[in-house]
Design a protein around this ligand. Structure first.
Ligand SMILES: NC(=O)c1ccc[n+]([C@@H]2O[C@H](COP(=O)([O-])OP(=O)(O)OC[C@H]3O[C@@H](n4cnc5c(N)ncnc54)[C@H](O)[C@@H]3O)[C@@H](O)[C@H]2O)c1
Length: 345
């Protein structure tokens, strides 16, 4: 029998890719996408799915228990990924991060727990981040984050995600809720809001603008194609052990400077298009994920993140979908929504 997943934040970058990936690869799944459509939630990311009878969009806020309750009755599990997601915005104003990522997660957890006369909704998967572990020094390239590494978030974004992550695990320990947590590295792919480094740099270059590189550019990130992340989330949802954390990574560490050089070279530009800008306050130096647990226990391995091929493919997507990001970058997408999707947006 088909299972119904309640996905929060399914109109954002990872959410929309997840909804598409799950519907395309798992005929046994139905999806309810619950999203309030903040600046980064975009129904255009889901265009074409409106007529799929295994998919339904519900506009709503994770802070609203009354909106969540009836959906929890229908669902067999929750993939909770609605969040404020951009570190720079959390430095400018951490308020929405605490409200959405901490309090919002508590509301979703409580709704999941009280569903079905207190039996609970079923499995609850919290989509967390490698940023909960904080920063590694550049000097010890052999050291990577495992699931037992110290939790030491540095940015308000990371601290708010850590709170949601640990709260979810607390609901497993305290209430016996069926919770699994995944902690993933940096994602790239289609439909990413162009405030994040790859779509920002690619769309700037397509507009003839320079790319703003923080500090000395030596900060290292582990890059994973979003579809690999989606597949790992499903593996953890299906086969993960309750109460357990699974790191997800691409084994694909790149400094921001290397990443920038790759983007410039793929797009036929030179170094003169780099503009070094003042570093982000508290900028984590290095993230590196040891994903051996999910590989060994659940048999998941990244297969779509090969470098630079996957980057070339992603750049081509932004080159071929200029209407999408031009609307998003200019803010015009809000007016476009209303015309395209009427009151639901
Ligand atoms: N992007 C990455 O590289 C990455 C890596 C690891 C983990 N994550 C996590 O994955 C999740 C998705 O990240 P993303 O990059 O797709 O973010 P995103 O900003 O593109 O999408 C977030 C989505 O959540 C929705 N949302 C926000 N507040 C809401 C609320 N109150 N109620 C309902 N919906 C709300 C937004 O409308 C949007 O659709 C986040 O939890 C993030 O922390 C992201």
């Amino acid at each position: 029998m088909a299972k119904t997943l309640l996905v929060t934040g399914g109109a954002g970058f990872i959410g929309a890719n997840f909804v598409r990936f799950a519907l395309a690869n798992r005929p046994d799944l139905r999806i309810i996408n619950f999203d309030v459509l903040t600046y980064s939630g975009n129904l255009e990311n889901l265009a074409g799915l409106e007529s799929d009878d295994r998919y339904r969009f519900v506009k709503g806020d994770i802070l609203d228990p009354e909106a969540l309750d009836p959906l929890m009755e229908e669902a067999d599990g929750v993939i909770h990924m609605a969040a404020e997601s951009h570190v720079d915005r959390s430095i400018m104003d951490s308020g929405p991060f605490i409200t959405t990522n901490v309090q919002g997660t508590q509301v979703v957890l409580d709704a999941a727990r009280r569903a079905k006369g207190g039996k609970g909704v079923g499995r609850f998967l919290y989509v967390s981040t490698d940023e909960v572990y904080g920063s590694l020094p550049l000097e010890n390239p052999e050291v990577r984050f495992t699931e037992t590494s110290q939790i030491k978030p540095s940015s308000p974004y990371a601290a708010s995600k850590t709170a949601g992550d640990l709260l979810s695990l607390a609901y497993f320990h305290t209430f016996g809720m069926d919770v699994v947590v995944t902690r993933c590295s940096n994602n790239f792919g289609p439909y990413q809001f162009p405030e994040k480094v790859i779509p920002l740099f690619v769309t700037n270059l397509l507009q003839g603008k320079k790319v703003p590189l923080y500090g000395d550019g030596k900060n290292v990130r582990d890059w994973l194609h979003v579809d690999d992340h989606c597949e790992a989330i499903l593996a953890a949802f299906d086969r993960g052990q309750a109460g357990r954390v699974y790191n997800i990574g691409g084994d694909n560490e790149r400094s921001n400077l290397d990443l920038t050089h790759s983007i410039l070279s793929i797009m036929g530009h030179g170094e003169e298009m780099i503009e070094f800008v003042q570093d982000r306050p508290g900028h984590d130096r290095r993230y590196a994920i040891d994903a051996s647990r999910i590989e060994q226990e659940l048999g998941w391995k990244p297969t779509r993140s090969a470098w630079p091929e996957a980057l070339v493919e992603t750049i081509a997507w932004y080159r071929d979908n200029q209407d999408w990001w031009k609307r998003v970058k200019s803010g015009e997408y809000l007016a476009y929504y209303e015309k395209q999707y009427g009151a639901s947006a």
